[in-house]
Design a protein around this ligand. Sequence first.
Ligand SMILES: Cc1cc2nc3c(=O)[nH]c(=O)nc-3n(C[C@H](O)[C@H](O)[C@H](O)COP(=O)(O)OP(=O)(O)OC[C@H]3O[C@@H](n4cnc5c(N)ncnc54)[C@H](O)[C@@H]3O)c2cc1C
Length: 329
Amino acid sequence: MNNEIYDIAIIGGGPAGMFSAYYASLRKLKVALIESLPNLGGQPQTLYAQKEIYDVAALPKVSGTELVDQITEQMKLMPCDQFLGTSVTNIEENDGNWKITTDKQTIVTKSIIIAIGNGAFKPRKLTFDYDPMIEENNLSYFVNDINDFKNKDVAIAGGGDSAVDWAIHINELAKSTSIIHRRNRYRAMESSVDSLNDSTVDQLNPYIIKGVSFNADDPNKVDILLKKIKSENMKTITVDKLLVNYGFVSDSKILRDWNLELEGPFIKVSQQMETNLPNVFAIGDIATYPGKLQLIATAFAEGPTAVTKSLRNIYPDRDYFEHSTSMFS
Ligand SMILES: Cc1cc2nc3c(=O)[nH]c(=O)nc-3n(C[C@H](O)[C@H](O)[C@H](O)COP(=O)(O)OP(=O)(O)OC[C@H]3O[C@@H](n4cnc5c(N)ncnc54)[C@H](O)[C@@H]3O)c2cc1C
């Protein structure tokens, strides 16, 4: 149990949650930002890191990952407490505050901003059984630190943007890199596919993975059993690391137990982003109202509205300045 009582706890570290965390910190509120994945960035980081975005004000063209890097830089100006790799499972009122239960710890706060997008992302995992110990050192679904792959024999499974991009980047420092994809064509940006074709990455297409097990001679390595599509050809490759990039699934069903007024899978909010629960706000893709647009620009605007209403609710006697230049002075 963290003993701090936060002014605002923001659930979800996508564009909406990240910008609101920064803005709330700028307004001198004590902020907790809680994100279920090991890294911030939400959909732009997780689902379309390399895709270009053209409809964010003042940024003529920016990729998903560049946008997240920019907000991350901005957040460094006004740091807040971050709880990464932490999934919120419940919220309940407690002595005039809110108690947030997560899979790691309990967080107490005066107000909450729910910014969970389409819900918590989970990686699509390999569909066959394997020794769970393999996930300790050899098999991962995320890249936490690219240096984990330095001087290693690495296989990357998947054929989308992230698999292709990781294959190119990891190959720059790995001993050897293979990419395993069940089709001959990748679902990735043409420029990334060109870079992959120009690289030394071994492309194992069209193959699917049928099994993963510890190598009998060297238990620090794993054997990956591969089957060629539409053929009986099988082969085994031995690597130090297998990175699986089969995409993500998301789920917002958890909200049904939080006593929120919903419209379909979305949370109904007022013009000030208030939900039906006191001092609980919702912003970004999860929030709905007439005319709602599911855009990053919308999410960025909804954050300051929710933060300002929360600030006025929890500190009604404070003086308010609503331009950043007055806040920094
Ligand atoms: C392929 C694609 C292309 C797009 N292109 C554009 C575009 O060009 N321009 C544009 O404006 N918009 C675009 N969008 C939409 C845009 O990405 C979303 O509107 C935006 O990401 C919404 O931000 P958010 O912070 O509300 O949600 P998200 O980005 O979904 O972030 C929510 C975060 O909350 C976390 N979370 C969920 N549940 C929990 C929990 N229980 N506990 C802790 N954390 C939790 C999730 O892990 C996630 O990181 C695109 C979307 C997709 C899928």
